[in-house]
Ligand binder design. Structure first.
Ligand SMILES: Nc1ncnc2c1ncn2[C@@H]1O[C@H](COP(=O)(O)OP(=O)(O)OP(=O)(O)O)[C@@H](O)[C@H]1O
Ligand SMILES: [Mg+2]
Length: 237
């Protein structure tokens, strides 16, 4: 089972949006996917709660719900108890995930904008980390804190939390400054920067407000194409 966490201590950079679309994209590509909401705010849980798989699909575990074909959600404990101060039961989480090796191909984990118990649980649970970063002038500056956390994670949890790549998000397609920021990120990060770029696209916001993924809401939008490309890059190399 592959395991990928979306992590960045900075808020509002596209972690939840990327987690949801990676999960949907992998499932569309034929993989059996578990989306884990590890943010006590439960944004991912709320975003997908109206989604349903066609037909009766038995989830791999009683605490999960089917949200699309081959795609299950492990909701946030915070949203289940309507309590954003909810405590994380790490042992139970690990027990649930350990039993899934045969039933799930890819686990995608959304995490909160800070390295608290929940944030650390995400990197401890996953082999790979994708760090979404909003493409703006101070992008590199904000990244250093996250890189330091990943360095610490590699010591605390050997083999876990390896950086798979940094993903530029909310890139303004027509602004010159955006391409300067991308060049700057490439110079600083080299191969650590993923090739995929997520452009700013209102379709992503509209899809979310309709409780849908952008793949079903507007399949030919820029947002859908960007996330399709990301899924291909993460799946194939
Ligand atoms: N590429 C994009 N284009 C336009 N809007 C976007 C894009 N990506 C995300 N958004 C919007 O930006 C807001 C923040 O995105 P998101 O919730 O995914 O970030 P986050 O990193 O999970 O935030 P938090 O740290 O609060 O959990 C949301 O309203 C989302 O719909
Ligand atoms: Mg989020």
């Amino acid at each position: 089972m592959r395991s990928i966490v979306l992590a960045n201590q900075k808020g509002g950079v596209g972690k939840t949006t990327t987690a949801i679309h990676l999960a949907h994209g992998f499932a569309i590509a034929g993989q059996r996917v578990l989306l884990v909401d590890l943010d006590p705010q439960g944004n991912a849980t709320v975003a997908v709660q109206g989604m349903q798989a066609d037909g009766e699909v038995e989830p791999p575990h009683a605490s999960m719900t089917a949200i699309a074909e081959r795609l299950w959600l492990l909701p946030s404990a915070g949203s289940v108890t309507a309590d954003s101060e909810a405590k994380l039961d790490t042992e139970r989480l690990h027990a649930v995930v350990r039993g899934l090796e045969k039933e799930i191909d890819v686990m995608v984990v959304d995490s909160p904008p800070r390295m608290d118990d929940w944030g650390w649980a995400g990197v401890q649970l996953c082999d790979e980390v994708i760090v979404p970063v909003q493409a703006e002038f101070f992008s590199m500056h904000g990244l250093s804190q996250m890189m330091a956390s990943l360095e610490e994670a590699s010591q605390r949890f050997p083999g876990k939390g390896q950086l798979r790549g940094v993903l530029p998000t909310m890139v303004h397609a027509r602004e010159e400054i955006a391409s300067e920021v991308l060049v700057d990120l490439r110079q600083n990060l080299g191969a650590t920067l993923l090739n995929s770029v997520i452009f700013r696209d209102s379709s992503l916001v509209e899809a979310a407000s309709h409780g849908q993924s952008v793949f079903s809401h507007s399949p030919w939008s820029k947002g859908a194409l960007c996330y399709t490309e990301l899924v291909q890059e993460i799946m194939h190399g």
